[in-house]
Write a protein that binds this ligand. Structure first.
Ligand SMILES: [Zn+2]
Ligand SMILES: [Zn+2]
Length: 410
């Protein structure tokens, strides 16, 4: 995940983890009200518990935009329910079906479908196969422009199952996978609507969280999601936190306000992390061709000509570069180092924790440490802590200040 945080906050109804299940012992009875309580309260509490578990069994739905405008879609063989602009019915396809855009609606073989179709697996535990890839929940097809918009609507629990392998490894210790489940779920619930203008919540790329559908499900990652079902992180005001994370901090995480203009969350503060040295990207060297820097700056609206020098103006308390000064042939611009990194290529310039910048053979050479923006949880640190018998709750409270894990209901 490379988070540019969307600042959407939701006010949850919440139950603190481990509370709400045990009740204080009532004082000795003194009046009829107490007797009433003694007789009926257990029944009421039982009914309440049933209602809560029913809610917990229906996790929130989210929508992932798989394709904005595909020229065609191949629906795999299988049994599906169709709803939307077609007669609601069950279909069984022995062969894959190619779905093509018509002037309005779609062609499916010789059949014509309307503009909006929802395809669900006939077996609720099953999948819908689209372009040879299986997805849980439903697939929504919409006619958009010249093509087809493909959206996967599914429960947040199934979404996290499709994220975990992509954002960590199924070989990682179980407490690390549980911690990642809680933060991926929290991130998803808090940032719903991040791609609202495109008609869905998240893209499946690292811009949001990398999601690959049911083909990414593994035994260990599924077990971690199941064992933390419904659990999220909330702050002191009981609001879902901005659960940002990164691959490797390089020795110290960063306060959000030193990376993003909208930072300042009290739970996103510097944490000295001596646990991520095992990351293969703890140290790195980037060769960034001059032409790439010049082109990317120009296309981001910084028309300063060929770059002659890159100066470091200031550092953050954790040692990251805060501001850089770019000297171009036609002007000089000051930029946040994180902005510069995102404009040029965040996969090449892996972090803003730079040891130095130099020029060599037509390229800028940058030496640095860590991978990612450095805010929130450091995933390689999380792995080491889990390897050393820490629980997921302990790990989360190391990287996010004064938060708690609660069961989420809405
Ligand atoms: Zn996105
Ligand atoms: Zn770290």
């Amino acid at each position: 995940m490379e988070n540019k945080e969307a600042d959407l906050s939701f006010s949850p109804s919440f139950r603190k983890k481990g509370q709400g299940r045990s009740l204080p012992i009532p004082p000795p009875e003194k009046n009829s009200e107490s007797r009433w309580r003694r007789r009926f309260l257990p029944t009421l509490l039982f009914a309440f518990a049933l209602a809560s578990s029913a809610r917990a069994d229906r996790p929130p739905l989210i929508r992932i935009g798989l394709r904005a405008s595909a020229p065609s879609v191949v629906l795999g063989a299988g049994a599906y329910f169709l709803t939307g602009s077609v007669p609601r019915r069950e279909v069984k396809y022995r062969q894959p079906q190619e779905i093509l855009p018509a002037k309005t609606g779609f062609f499916v073989g010789k059949e014509r479908w309307g503009n909006k179709i929802t395809i669900e697996p006939a077996d609720p535990e099953g999948v819908v196969t689209v372009n040879k890839r299986p997805f849980r929940g439903a697939i929504e097809l919409d006619r958009r422009g010249a093509g087809i918009r493909v959206v996967n609507r599914l429960s947040v629990e199934d979404y996290v199952r499709g994220v975990l392998l992509m954002e960590t490894s199924d070989q990682w210790p179980v407490e690390a996978l549980k911690a990642q489940s809680v933060i991926s779920r929290t991130y998803a619930l808090r940032n719903r609507g991040r791609h609202g203008s495109s008609g869905y919540d998240f893209c499946p790329s690292p811009h949001c969280q990398t999601y690959a559908g049911a083909s990414a499900e593994r035994k260990t990652t599924d077990a971690a999601v199941k064992r933390t079902r419904g659990e999220v992180l909330v702050d002191r005001k009981k609001k879902l936190i901005s659960a940002v994370y990164h691959s490797c901090c390089g020795g110290s995480t960063e306060s959000a306000e030193n990376v993003w203009e909208h930072g300042g969350q009290p739970y996103l503060k510097v944490v000295r992390c001596g646990w991520c040295r095992s990351s293969p990207r703890f140290h790195w060297m980037a060769r960034v061709p001059y032409a790439l820097v010049d082109q990317r700056l120009a296309s981001a609206g910084y028309h300063i000509g060929a770059v002659r020098a890159i100066g470091i103006l200031s550092h953050t308390p954790s040692g990251r570069v805060y501001q850089v000064r770019i000297f171009g042939e036609r002007g000089t611009r000051d930029l946040l180092a994180n902005t510069f990194r995102n404009i040029v290529n965040p996969a090449l310039i892996r972090s803003t924790l730079w040891a130095g910048v130099s020029k060599l053979d037509g390229a800028w050479q940058i030496h640095g440490s860590g991978w990612g923006h450095g805010v929130g949880l450091c995933q390689w640190g999380m792995k080491t802590l889990a390897d050393n018998s820490m629980t997921y709750g302990q790990i989360l409270r190391i990287y996010y200040h004064r938060v708690e894990v609660v069961d989420w209901t809405e």
